[in-house]
Every structure is written in structure tokens, then in C-alpha cells.
Design a protein around this ligand. Structure first.
Ligand code: WT7
Length: 663
């Protein structure tokens, strides 16, 4: 114990002294072997951005090579490589098999109980073709929407690529979301089929999935014709004759060959719902050629990926954009060998992740600050049990990384030989936008550094003037191939959300950022009513509407409260209808209700009972003041409140209840 404490305090001191150094040059050994170690790409992109992007697009395998790059005749509805013909499934599978790499492992899959399966490119191509044929037989074709609600099993990749193969549009819902969220997303996207699973496993337990999908009557939705069910756990699984079909039976009966459809570059590839300022999620639409260009190019550039040598692991879930772009499409278009992992970081023990790195000799690890903070809290003894010497590059994404977590990651996990790339991007951008190039850009912990070649980011003030040094609205000033094309079925909301504030040629990101004296970008946080819990976007409006739907609740305001573990945590201020009394039981029920309605990530960590909420004269809730209260600060300017007295009452209520309902 005593030596542990000593080594812990030695480590603390080491991290502190490391952080006194503000800038970190790329490690020399890394630079020597890197794919890109000079600024020629930047120069090429600066002199001719459209030419630069066309060159990147031509790295893919096209049925018809595009001759055009950007079509900006109708901003903000940009089109890229529009005269090219391509298929994403072909680029992720056939291309590698045809090149003689069919035996290369695409995924070392590791199940939650430690089961192991290696899936080669040829294996995936075989099953993808069969599933694609199975879907076709069920009447699914070009532009039909197919929902996917699956855990981290190889079938999720196969399902995505089977859709892409026949020109169907996948709509993946993260496995942690509630069936009610799945239903909502299927309804608004008018999905014709859903690929799901009998049950899912988490930390040794099994949860039924298909039966909850049935309880939600997803199969009865207007456009829904087919439920394809993967057998994973053997959970009880009622099947409706004619509508439901087992995945394995569909594959057994299907033809082996399904040629990839030759699709327009602008053919829709997928919809992915993400949280916005209002309660209804936004269906981000990505198309084929530009998206694939963006993700394949950045996978090589940012992760220095060498498909013959590297073992790459992105620890995200496929249900988020990180999984779409950097588990499936980017790495697979490059022919990478990846790890796919079903488990949790602390099961069976807190060294689970590091065991995976050791087992497969992972060279590139891409994860989120919240995971790094958790590992840091568990202590160095867990990574020290394992040999991590294969790691040569570390990435992070999802939220700003605090410098101490950066230093810990770099030191304890990367042994100081591995550069850290802090990658900033969004569901909307499709691919990484701001990030160091690992062999070129000196890093500053906490900053995503500078835009990649071909990307033009800026910080603007309220009037749209550029701020050279200082804080303001982060924008992207030039279209890029992997950008979203619209919000599915809602062009107006697309224009309004992203292209109204500063005009149709400037993409409003929704983040505030600071630019420093060296032109480095520091992401400050969201400017809208979106909060970031463990790197996941949650809409305050969506959570509020779930809370208000619970009995006895009159009104609710949700904020993101600063949190040591998850970056921000959901804190809900709740007012009850007259006569209802707040108690622990009601608090528990409200929290569970939100988990049921949206998903566990949205469950409030803390509920603060309020008699009234601070509102402006026009009735807008002032969340800034609620944050002050929740985080224990003196409240800021209250002069615009309709009833300034509300703030004193609230502060008093919080004081009386001590720390509130914190777990
Ligand atoms: C929002 C996008 C991109 C995949 C994961 C999230 C925040 C993302 C960083 C970073 C600071 C970051 C931003 C952004 N964010 N990466 N490296 N540093 N903030 O995708 O759910 O679409 O969320 O996540 O606020 O707008 P998303």
C-alpha cells in the first residue's frame, strides 16, 4: 500500500511537471516512420482546395471516376464528385478481396465473455452479399430506409454494408437507446425494415431486446415490413409469422452473389439521428462519395494508418458517428485490421481494455476523454498489469480533454512515445476537421490544434467578423466532401440550423471556440441547448419533455452541470403541480422514467426541486443562472428576470437539501 501511494504521488508530480511544458513536439521516432511528415498536403490544399479533394476522392475505387469536384451552384446544398459512380460496400470489401487481401483480418472481434472470432474481409464480403440478397428478396431497394438496432457484434457491420451495397439507407440507433427512441426514429424516417437482436449482453447479464421492440410495437409502424433478428443470447423471442425473420435463416436461404450497385456519388448512404436544440432529434443525412472520401482520407492522415502493419482500435460504439466513420467506413475503406469489442472497460476487471490492447498488439487506440478519466481514477495498477508497448498513436474525441487526462494518457498508456491526436468533429461534419497531424503538428494539451488540409475553420463574433485571437462562434468557411447534405426530410431546418446566422456559405458549428496566438483552436463548449455527457450529445429539450410527461411534474429545466467523470452531467430542476410533494421515491421514478423514454445516458444524475424557475420577461428559462446555482456559484446578472426573487428561493432550497440528489 505504502509503495502504491508513493508511486501514485510520483506519478502526480511527473504529470504536473510534464504539463509545465506547454507544447509537445511529435516524438522523433514516430516522425521517422510516418506517412505524412511535411506540409505539402497543406500547400496543395491551400492553392487548389477543389483539386486537392478530387485527388483524395480518386484514392477510392470508382465505377466511373468523377471529373467534377465541388458543385456550389445552390448553397448550402452542396454536391461533391457528382458525376462519379461508386459503392461504399464495394470499397470496404470487394476492393480488398480483389487485391488479394481477402484473408486479411478486418475485425478481431472479442465478445463480452472473452469469446474471440476473427473476421476476414472475405468472410464479411460473403455474409454481406447474402444479407443484401435477403433484404432485396424482402423488397428493399435503393433509397429505402433500414433501421439497425444491434450491439457490438460483427452483424452490425454486415448490416450496414449490406444496405450500402444495394443503395438502401441505414439508420443505426445506438444499442443503449430505449425502444421508444428506436420507434420514434423508425417512424420519422419511414423505415421499411429493422435489423435487431434477440438479446444483448452487458457485464455478464443478458437483456431482452426483440421482445422490448415488440412491446413498443415497432413492427406495426406504418412503413415497417420486416424485422430481421440476429440470434445472440437465446433470449425469449416471439417471432411474427411473415414479418419477422431470423438473420441466420435469411442468410442460409439467400444467394451467394450480390454485385454492388453502381450508385451516384450523391446517393444517400445513411441517416444518423443526433440531438439538437429542440426535443425532436435531427436526422443527419450523409451521401456516398464525399463521405467516404472524407473518412478514408482522414483515417490515413490523422491515424497514420498502415493497413499491412497496424492493429487499430476505436473503442466507440457503432451506433454513434465515431463508430460509423472510424470503426466501419474509414478503416474498412483503407483495408485496416481493427479490433471490435463488445464489452465494458471494467468487466471482468478494470484492466479489460488493456488486456485487449495486449492480446491483439493494438498499435492505434482511439477513445474518449471520459474513458481516460475513468481509467485514471481506477489507477495505474491496471494498465501496468499489461504490456502496452505496441501502442504507437493515441487519439481522443467527443469533448475537450482536460490537460491532466491528456498527460496521463500520453505517459501511462502511450509511454511518451505515442503522439496524442485530439480530434474535433461532429456527426454533421462526417469526418475529422480539426486535429494535429501526428508527425507534424506540435500539440498543446486541451487543444485540437488546427484544421486539417482543405478545411477552413474560423472564430467569428456576433456580427460575423473574424476574431484572430479570442473567443467566439466556431464556423467552417468552406464546404468539405464529408459534410451533411441536409436534415432528413427537413431542408428548412437544415438551412435554419447551420446556414442562417452567418449566411449560406458559412457553416455554423454550434460550438464556441477560442483561437490563441499561434492560431490553435480550443473548443469551449456548445452554444445551443445541447449538453455533452461522456462525449455523447443530449438535448436538454428532449430530456425536459420526457420529465414533464411524468405525472405530477409541472415544469422542468435541464442543464449540463460540470462533472468530474462525465464532463457534464444531467441536472434537472423540477417543479411539481400543486399538492404534490417531492420525495426520494418520486425522484427515483422520474429518473427511471427518463431512462425508459430516452436511454440511460439521459437519466438525470441530480434532481433539484424548485418552486419556480428563473425566466426572462418573454418567458425563456435562464439556464445560465441555473448552472450557477447547481455548481454552487453566486448567481450572475439577474436583472432581466421577470421575478428576480426566484433566485434567492432556489438558492435557499438547494442549501436546505445539501448536495441535492447526487448519487
Ligand atoms: C460535439 C459533436 C465527433 C464524434 C463524437 C461526437 C464535441 C467532439 C471534440 C473535441 C472538444 C469535441 C463538440 C461537437 N466535441 N470532439 N475533440 N474537443 N469538443 O459527435 O455527437 O456529433 O458531437 O462534440 O461540442 O460539436 P457528436
Amino acid at each position: 500500500m505504502a509503495t502504491d501511494e508513493k508511486s501514485q504521488s510520483d506519478l502526480e508530480a511527473e504529470l504536473q511537471s510534464l504539463l509545465e511544458q506547454e507544447r509537445f513536439d511529435p516524438p522523433e521516432e514516430f516522425v521517422r516512420q510516418a506517412l505524412v511528415s511535411d506540409d505539402s498536403l497543406h500547400r496543395r490544399a491551400d492553392e487548389d482546395p477543389n483539386g486537392f479533394w478530387l485527388e483524395q476522392a480518386r484514392e477510392l475505387d470508382w465505377f466511373t471516376e468523377p471529373s467534377e469536384s465541388l458543385d456550389d451552384s445552390n448553397p448550402p446544398f452542396y454536391r461533391w464528385f457528382a458525376d462519379g459512380k461508386i459503392n461504399a460496400s464495394h470499397n470496404c470489401l470487394d476492393r480488398h478481396v480483389e487485391a488479394g487481401n481477402g484473408d486479411r483480418v478486418a475485425f478481431h472481434w472479442r465478445g463480452e465473455q472473452g469469446e474471440e472470432e476473427d473476421w476476414t474481409y472475405a468472410d464479411l464480403l460473403r455474409d454481406t452479399q447474402k444479407l443484401a440478397n435477403g433484404l432485396k428478396e424482402r423488397g428493399i431497394g435503393r433509397e429505402d430506409v433500414v433501421g439497425i438496432f444491434l450491439p457490438m457484434i460483427p452483424e452490425v457491420v454486415i448490416a450496414m454494408l449490406a444496405c450500402a451495397r444495394i443503395g438502401a439507407v441505414h439508420n443505426v440507433v445506438f444499442g443503449g437507446f430505449s425502444p421508444e427512441s428506436v420507434s420514434e426514429r423508425m417512424k420519422v424516417s419511414e423505415a421499411k425494415a429493422l435489423v435487431t437482436v434477440d438479446g444483448a449482453r452487458r457485464k455478464g447479464k443478458t437483456a431482452e431486446v426483440k421482445s422490448t421492440v415488440d412491446e413498443e410495437r415497432i413492427g406495426d409502424l406504418d412503413h415497417m415490413e420486416t424485422l430481421v433478428v440476429v440470434k445472440r443470447t437465446g433470449a425469449d423471442c416471439p417471432m411474427t409469422e411473415g414479418r419477422d425473420v431470423w438473420y441466420h435463416e435469411l442468410l442460409e436461404a439467400a444467394d451467394d452473389e450480390c454485385p454492388a450497385e453502381e450508385l451516384d456519388a450523391e446517393h444517400p448512404l445513411f441517416i444518423l439521428y443526433t440531438s439538437g436544440s429542440t426535443a425532436s432529434p435531427k436526422g443527419i443525412l450523409h451521401t456516398t462519395g464525399g463521405y467516404l472520401t472524407g473518412v478514408a482520407h482522414t483515417t490515413r492522415l490523422v491515424f497514420d494508418l498502415k493497413p499491412e502493419e497496424d492493429v487499430y482500435w476505436c473503442s466507440a460504439d457503432v451506433g454513434w458517428v465515431t463508430g460509423h466513420s472510424y470503426i466501419v467506413y474509414g478503416p474498412m475503406a483503407c483495408g485496416a485490421t481493427s479490433v471490435m469489442w463488445e464489452g465494458a472497460p471494467d468487466y471482468p476487471d478494470k484492466d479489460a481494455w488493456w488486456a485487449v490492447c495486449e492480446r491483439y498488439g493494438v498499435t492505434i487506440l482511439y477513445t474518449a476523454p471520459t474513458a481516460i478519466r475513468a481509467a485514471m481514477k481506477w489507477g495505474v495498477e491496471y494498465p501496468e498489469r499489461r504490456d502496452l508497448s505496441s501502442l504507437r498513436l493515441l487519439g481522443t474525441v467527443g469533448e475537450p480533454i482536460n490537460p491532466k487526462a491528456w498527460a496521463w494518457y500520453h505517459t501511462v498508456i502511450g509511454g511518451r512515445r505515442a503522439p496524442v491526436v485530439d480530434t474535433w468533429w461532429q456527426t454533421e461534419t462526417g469526418a475529422i476537421m480539426i486535429s494535429p497531424l501526428p508527425a507534424l503538428t506540435p500539440t498543446k494539451p486541451g487543444s485540437a490544434t488546427k484544421p486539417l488540409p482543405g478545411i477552413e475553420a474560423a472564430v467569428l463574433d456576433e456580427d460575423g467578423s473574424e476574431i484572430e485571437e479570442g473567443q467566439g462562434y466556431l464556423v467552417l468557411k468552406r464546404p468539405w466532401p464529408a459534410m451533411l447534405r441536409t436534415l432528413y426530410g427537413d431542408d428548412d431546418r437544415f438551412v435554419e440550423t447551420y446556414f442562417e446566422k452567418f449566411g449560406r456559405e458559412t457553416y455554423l458549428v454550434g460550438d464556441a471556440a477560442r483561437k490563441d496566438e499561434d492560431g490553435y483552436f480550443w473548443i469551449v463548449g456548445r452554444i445551443d441547448d445541447v449538453i455533452n455527457v461522456s462525449g455523447h450529445r443530449m438535448s436538454t429539450a428532449e430530456i425536459e419533455s420526457a420529465i414533464v410527461s411524468y405525472e405530477h411534474v409541472a415544469e422542468s429545466a435541464v442543464i449540463g452541470q460540470e462533472d468530474e467523470d462525465s464532463g457534464q452531467a444531467v441536472t434537472a430542476f423540477v417543479t411539481l403541480e400543486g399538492g404534490a410533494e417531492p420525495d426520494d421515491e418520486l425522484e427515483g421514478s422520474i429518473r427511471e422514467h427518463v431512462a425508459q423514454r430516452i436511454g440511460k445516458l439521459a437519466r438525470p444524475k441530480r434532481i433539484i426541486w424548485a418552486d419556480d424557475l428563473p425566466k426572462t420577461r418573454s418567458g425563456k428559462i435562464m439556464r445560465r443562472l441555473l448552472r450557477d446555482i447547481a455548481e454552487g456559484r453566486e448567481a450572475g446578472d439577474v436583472s432581466t428576470l421577470r421575478e428576480p426573487g426566484v433566485m434567492d428561493d432556489l438558492a435557499e432550497q438547494v442549501r436546505q437539501r445539501g448536495d441535492g440528489g447526487d448519487e
